[in-house]
Write a protein that binds this ligand. Structure first.
Ligand SMILES: O=C(O)CCC(=O)C(=O)O
Length: 287
């Protein structure tokens, strides 16, 4: 069955696309963002990092040790625009070894609400229709991230399910991941096993009192811990089911791999109040 489709006009999901999504747990939709839009979003990413003082904070984002989870700068970033470094950006003395533009791992987590360029892009009506067509009755964006994956030191993202981090009952979180530059197996594209979402949620990352902890719900390893590469030319949108295990490789190449990821939940599902991300009082913003 086809897994790659041209982005459908108006975001209207066809029966074939829906069948592929239900079978595989992901869709690769080419041509969502035109070249001019990707260039404008890259310019904005440059401006954001340009305005960031790298001496002001030193939080590293790493899915290996989750060290960021102890840091208030991360914990309070759900409704802010904050900057997280690559682990490989510092020397043994804690000094930055490169220019800040090549040192940032990601920027999150409320660009969709706060940024004058990323907010309108995030609320494109085509995305809302797409989310509705894939089964979200009331799509609400809860999180946005610019994932930079810089050359040479871009860290890998370990195999995970998004419902581990953004939990609702029932599970509804859905990822909308947009390649702002070509993503290939060389510069750290996404990997996922087709059909991998037809399984249980393995872990939850949540507050337990004042501590952010990871709790095992099902100790079985994922059936396929590697997945297939989801290579994505610039402008491609990859949709990821909340139970789909997925990961991304390290970037040891000289080519950056910038992506913008949105996560939406269904407003009709119960938001788990112990999620790491605290939603604004009025609820998240509509997709
Ligand atoms: O872009 C990446 O490297 C990982 C993205 C991811 O895992 C996600 O958006 O859930």
């Amino acid at each position: 069955m086809a897994r790659t489709f041209p982005f459908p006009a108006g975001g209207l999901v066809s029966d074939k696309m829906l069948a592929a999504y239900e079978a595989d747990g992901f869709l690769v939709l080419t041509g969502f963002a035109p070249a001019g839009t990707c260039a404008a979003l890259r310019r904005r990413e440059y401006e954001l990092i340009e305005a960031f003082d790298p001496q002001s904070v030193r939080t590293v984002f790493s899915t290996e040790d989750q060290a960021h989870a102890r840091d208030a700068y991360f914990r309070d970033s759900g409704d802010r625009i904050r900057f997280f470094f690559e682990a490989g950006a510092f020397d043994a003395e804690g000094r930055l070894t490169r220019d800040k533009h090549g040192a940032i791992n990601k920027i999150g987590h409320a660009l969709h609400d706060l940024d004058p360029v990323f907010a309108p892009f995030s609320h494109d009506v085509r995305l809302k229709r797409l989310a509705e067509g894939l089964g979200l009755e009331q799509p609400e964006i809860v999180q946005s991230m610019l994932i930079v994956k810089p050359p040479f030191i871009g860290g890998e993202v370990g195999m995970h399910q998004d419902a581990t981090y953004l939990h609702t009952d029932p599970v509804t979180v859905t990822g909308f991941w947009i390649a702002l530059e070509d993503a290939t197996a060389e510069n750290g594209c996404l990997f996922a096993p087709p059909g991998g979402h037809l399984t249980t949620l393995r872990e939850r990352f949540h507050y337990d009192g004042g501590a952010l902890v990871k709790t095992t719900l099902d100790p079985r390893p994922f059936e396929d811990a590697t997945g297939e590469p989801l290579e994505a030319p610039e402008g491609t949108l990859v949709v990821l089911h909340g139970l789909l295990p997925h990961r991304s490789g390290p970037n040891t190449s000289a080519r950056r791999r910038l992506a913008y990821a949105l996560h939406a939940v269904d407003g009709t599902a119960r938001w788990s109040p112990d999620n790491w991300l605290k939603r604004p009082a009025a609820g998240g913003s509509a997709a």
